[in-house]
Design a protein around this ligand. Structure first.
Ligand code: SF4
Ligand code: F3S
Ligand code: FES
Length: 254
């Protein structure tokens, strides 16, 4: 087994301010960035705050920015960096810092609560739901989400614009709206809920200019932009310019 000394630079601080602190730390073959952060806690910085849980890329807790890129610390192998490269670890920039590498991600839970849940179809009991395989596959792709919020962190709409947070749900939650709007058994419309209108008017779909940065950082490789956001935008446009919908609205207005 080979070992070497890596140069880490880690942001230390709290809501009042902070700075990058340099560390030289041992690295062993096969280790990931989270291993190194744990070694630092064990040897040099026992008060270094970091959130983690599974160390298997499944809990979504260990999100941070490594050399400026939003990543899971437990899924970032040290072997992707040159041995003499400085590895800089900073907290997710889009969310308020609690301490060191830990951020307050409650913005995301607020947004999650704003999305109305699946509306069960009338007259079908448990076990009676039937869907085409392609509809199942679409939902399953979206359900791979581990809620790491790296997509939320990287999207420029909120990353540098705190003022947009009120109006924009972010890619993870617009994906949820898309999933429900494309779900063949969701009975929202029958219940008087227009998911396409709310996507646009309440969840800020129009702020997304499909830069695809969210898709690029997703550790589950969910094609957020191509499979959720763009189809949702198309469905909003279809609804807006559908002549039958226009006629219906015109008649109702009379
Ligand atoms: Fe993380 Fe991907 Fe889910 Fe976004 S969609 S929260 S990047 S797993
Ligand atoms: Fe943001 Fe993704 Fe759209 S990064 S702008 S939500 S394509
Ligand atoms: Fe669970 Fe990294 S510790 S995803």
């Amino acid at each position: 087994m080979s070992t070497y000394q890596a140069h880490f630079r880690i942001w230390r601080g709290d809501p009042g301010g902070g700075e990058l602190t340099d560390y030289t730390v041992e690295v062993h073959d096969g280790e990931v960035v989270l291993d190194i952060v744990h070694r630092l806690q064990a040897t040099q910085a026992p008060d270094l705050a970091v959130r983690w849980n599974c160390k298997a890329g499944k809990c979504g807790s260990c999100s941070a920015e490594i050399n400026g890129r939003p990543r899971l610390m437990c899924m970032t192998r040290m072997s992707v960096f040159a041995r003499d490269e400085v590895v800089t670890v900073t907290p997710m920039r889009a969310f308020p810092v609690v301490r060191d590498l830990v951020t307050d991600v409650s913005f995301n839970y607020v947004k999650a609560r704003e999305i109305p849940a699946f509306v069960p179809p009338a007259g079908l009991g448990p076990g009676e739901y039937r869907m085409r395989q392609e509809d199942v596959d679409r939902s399953q792709e979206f359900r791979k989400c581990i809620e790491c919020f790296l997509c939320q962190d990287t999207c420029h709409v909120v990353r540098d614009h705190e003022e947009n947070k009120e109006a924009f749900a972010g890619p993870r939650f617009l994906m949820r709206v898309a999933e429900l709007d494309m779900h063949p058994l969701d009975a929202a419309e029958e219940a008087g809920l227009d998911r396409r209108r709310t996507a646009q008017e309440e969840h800020g779909l129009g702020y997304c200019n499909i830069t695809k940065c969210c898709t690029e950082v997703c550790p589950e490789s969910i094609r957020i932009t191509d499979n959720a956001l763009i189809p949702l935008k198309e469905r909003v446009v279809d609804r807006k310019y559908d002549p039958l919908v226009w006629l219906g609205k015109t008649i109702r207005r009379r």
